[in-house]
Design a protein around this ligand. Structure first.
Ligand SMILES: [Zn+2]
Length: 216
């Protein structure tokens, strides 16, 4: 899940048919987005990403049914419809640990049923309304109230991803490397800042990297 509120979510809702309650609106928007994206025809990239995905499923063990969709035109990872990890072919070029983290984070959204929880957060404000204008206005008006709940989902997905990476040799700093490489990204309604996410990941490591370096 990336820029959800008022961007992805807002767009998703607008893409749906008129007179749709929030849950169905978001699902319809995600179905449309899945159909709009182009499947990658870069066989080598798909193979690399599929291997990382299957490695993560192997260390995860039993869990929610999930499939992988590699595209050539999606900017960043997305968990779609509670069942599909959608990533761009460009992550094939990342170091393995960073690619694993990117996929593991999206797996976390699926495994932790974040789509349902996200919809539940919105329904607290808009109920079963099917009035597009009312829904958009109400969500905008209350965005600061539910932003922490949306951000918490991202931190949960990060933590889930980190737990999976701890089970893979040489992968445990994949999330940290990801945030370091991307540099500072400020918080928005649905995502904490990259600084906060990085600090949270550090607390989940058995030994913080700076202390591990001191030991050598
Ligand atoms: Zn996310």
């Amino acid at each position: 899940m990336k820029r959800l509120l008022l961007v992805t979510c807002g767009a998703a809702f607008c893409l749906s048919a008129a007179a749709t309650e929030i849950g169905e609106g978001i699902r319809t928007g995600q179905r449309v987005l899945l159909q709009k994206t182009r499947a990658s025809d870069n066989a080598e990239a798909v193979q690399i990403i599929t291997a990382s995905f299957e490695h993560l499923l192997a260390v995860r063990g039993a869990g929610q049914p999930v499939t992988l969709r590699v595209t050539s035109d999606s900017a960043s990872g997305e968990a779609m419809l509670g069942a599909v990890v959608m990533v761009d072919e460009s992550i094939a070029a990342l170091p393995e640990d960073e690619r694993l983290f990117e996929i593991a984070h999206e797996l976390g959204h699926i495994e932790l049923a974040h789509l349902e929880r996200q919809i539940a957060i919105y329904r607290q404000y808009v109920g079963a309304s099917e009035d597009d204008v009312y829904i958009a206005r109400t969500l905008n008006a209350h965005a600061l109230e539910f932003s922490p709940a949306l951000q918490a989902l991202e931190l949960e997905a990060d933590a889930y991803g980190q737990r999976l990476l701890l089970r893979i040799p040489d992968a445990e700093q994949g999330g940290i490397h990801t945030f370091e490489r991307n540099g500072y990204v400020r918080a928005d309604f649905s995502h904490p800042s990259s600084h906060e996410r990085l600090l949270r990941l550090l607390t989940l490591l058995p030994v913080p990297p700076d202390l591990a370096a001191l030991a050598h």
